[in-house]
Ligand binder design. Structure first.
Ligand code: B12
Ligand code: SF4
Length: 542
């Protein structure tokens, strides 16, 4: 069903290439073909991400029952080698390049060790070209996968890459990459790097050398790529047609929390436009369930994708993968629901979210996945002046088939209200505003006549567990702004939202009429020199 989207991992083709030539190798990718458990083999190797671990252990068990030793490597076994060892004979921790040949030698000599771990990371020079010939090529969108770099210069808390590769970012010699690309059949390939533009100088050289080959390619890059116009232009000229970009969240607080503050929310729209201006399609990775996500996040995020005509929104549920800082934090806070790794798949809630219940998060995620690939949303995203209209439509149709398998979801009932409470209210008369009211009230003197912002911004976040809406206000408040604010607050105090807490810290100026109105409603109070409003008072309800 998903053949036209997916490409093959390079894992087993790489291992096959590292295997001494006198050994016959067969690859079975269970994504596309069944395993023959009766196959006549001497040694079995299994790989897998965290979510594949239970299946990998079952596979191991079936072969071990026949007395065939099983070796396991890859992201999961490398993070939890002791757990893996309970199910297999040998665990390879980290990269195989510097240990695989020795392991095979030990196997031949009947002296396999329980663990193999290389000292440090392997050199990126003279890596053998992966044995793509061992894959069933018709089962994938393409088998033309090439890796140019390993690791990533960033260290996002939820990502497994930095855990696996340390803080290294290693690049293969450009000559070798070009040679590998030249050997591929067809004119399309995927660079499976985690961040193809992690080293700009290297990326520029690579893209320049790719140009004459006239291939089309897709890859993954961090948002930082969009800030270098020359690099983006070179990528496009070298044949880049699609980029997976980890946007992750539209909340700066969330991004800061997960060590991804280099994604600047205020630059997102400009960044998406820059990519589109180069006729490059965007697959945007977006995570739900971060600590500042409330029930409004699903709709807000989907509308962002529609507004920016993101070709393929790719939603994930926050997943604490073992070995990552996120996992450590969630575990120490007692927020992991279980360790059933099969469910650590990015589509199932496995932890306690902060501002929502597990159910709201799961249902909202399901809603977003389905809604993004409804015809209505597809049409909003695929029409724009750039090239490749049919590719955009066809890839959306393929994603739609996957989205259909998502269980039913629903948009949380408060979503609309929350969109409205996250808004900017334009003001009408900002002359003669009283500056820094909170401080001045505290100091018992007011300054009149300074220039003030002419909008009132509302940043709202709803805590479903506390049934409380927190609203941070920023800008100025005149009479109209105050009236609009009071109206909206009345609207939100329905049965579900039991309490609203307003934060006035960032309100620079008030008109005296606004103060009068808010005070009349019983909303303004001072406490220890700070100005605040507590709403669900009779003033507002009445
Ligand atoms: C390409 C890719 C994909 C493709 C996969 C296509 C497909 N057919 O499945 C796509 C884009 C679809 C994808 C999807 C997902 N991916 Co992905 N993906 C990758 C990526 C970028 C490259 C994989 C690769 O080919 N690597 C190159 C090979 C050579 O490296 P390797 O696999 O690590 O293998 C080396 C060693 O680990 C070791 N080794 C590995 N296995 C074995 C086995 C044995 C026996 C031995 C001896 C050694 C050994 O030797 C190899 C050579 O050194 C990796 C990141 C990365 N750098 O690896 C992420 C990565 C594997 N993906 C990851 C994740 C989370 C996912 C998703 C779950 C995301 C999501 N939430 O939906 C999905 C799951 C899809 C699925 N059902 O399988 C995580 C896994 C984390 C974890 N600990 O589980 C990674 C590490 C990225 C990350 N940001 O953290 N992915
Ligand atoms: S930028 Fe992407 S690949 Fe790099 S650490 Fe962050 S999530 Fe991982």
């Amino acid at each position: 069903m998903i053949k036209n989207i997916w490409f093959a991992h390079l894992t087993l083709t790489t291992l096959a290439a590292l295997t001494p030539p006198d050994i016959e190798v067969k690859i079975t990718d269970e994504n596309v073909e069944p395993i023959d458990f009766e196959e006549d083999v001497d040694l079995v190797g299994v790989t897998g991400m965290v979510m594949h671990a239970p299946r990998a252990y079952q596979i191991a068990q079936r072969f071990r029952q026949r007395g065939i030793p099983v070796v396991m490597g890859g992201p999961h076994a490398s993070s939890l080698p002791l757990e893996a060892k309970e199910h297999v004979d040998v665990v390879v921790i980290g990269e195989a390049e510097n240990v695989w040949e020795g392991l095979i030698e030990d196997f031949k000599n009947g002296c396999l060790k329980p663990f193999y771990k290389a000292d440090g990371f392997c050199s990126m020079e003279k890596l053998p070209f992966p044995r793509l010939d061992l894959l069933r090529k018709n089962e994938y969108m393409t088998i033309n996968c090439v890796q140019t770099t390993r690791g990533c210069p960033h260290q996002c808390d939820f990502c497994h890459v930095t855990h696996f590769f340390g803080k290294t970012y290693r690049c293969r010699p450009v000559d070798e990459v070009i040679e590998e690309v030249k050997r591929l059949e067809g004119d399309f390939l995927v660079f499976i790097d985690d961040n193809i533009a992690g080293n700009r100088r290297y990326a520029k050289e690579l893209f320049t050398r790719l140009k004459p080959l006239k291939k089309k390619w897709a890859s993954q890059a961090s948002m930082t790529l969009t800030r270098d116009p020359e690099l983006l232009k070179l990528a496009a000229e070298s044949g880049c047609v699609s980029l997976f970009i980890g946007v992750e969240s539209l909340s700066s607080e969330n991004l800061k929390d997960v060590n991804k503050a280099f994604n600047q929310v205020h630059q997102f729209e400009e960044a998406m436009k820059a990519v589109h201006d180069h006729d490059i399609m965007i697959v945007a990775g977006l995570i739900f369930g971060l600590d500042h996500d409330d029930e409004g996040v699903f709709e807000r995020t989907l509308r962002f994708c529609e507004r920016n005509r993101i070709e393929l929104p790719s939603f994930f549920l926050l997943t604490p993968l073992p070995g990552t800082p996120l996992f450590q934090r969630m575990e120490s806070e007692g927020r992991l629901l279980h360790k059933d790794w099969a469910q650590y798949n990015g589509a199932t809630v496995v932890f306690k979210p902060r501002l929502m219940t597990e159910e709201t998060l799961q249902r909202g995620f399901n809603w977003a996945c389905k809604e993004a690939y409804s015809w209505g949303s597809i049409f909003k995203r695929v029409f724009h002046p750039q090239q490749r209209f049919f590719t955009r439509v066809l890839s959306n149709v393929a994603y739609r088939r996957i989205a259909k398998r998502t269980p039913e979801g629903y948009l949380p009932s408060l979503s609309r209200i929350l969109q409205r409470m996250n808004d900017t209210i334009p003001l009408q008369n900002t002359r003669d505003l009283i500056q820094r009211v909170g401080e001045k009230i505290a100091e018992k003197k007011l300054l009149i006549g300074q220039k003030a912002a002419d909008t009132l911004k509302l940043y709202s976040i709803y805590n479903e567990r506390l049934k409380t809406l927190f609203v941070r206000l920023e800008g100025s408040i005149d009479r109209e702004g105050a009236k609009e604010l009071v109206k909206r607050l009345k609207g939100v105090l329905n049965v579900e939202i039991q309490k609203v807490i307003l934060d006035f810290k960032d309100v620079g100026a008030f008109s005296s009429e606004a103060i009068a109105l808010l005070s009349r409603k019983g909303l303004l109070q001072t406490e220890e020199g700070k100005l605040w409003m507590a709403v669900n008072t009779p003033g507002i309800n009445g």
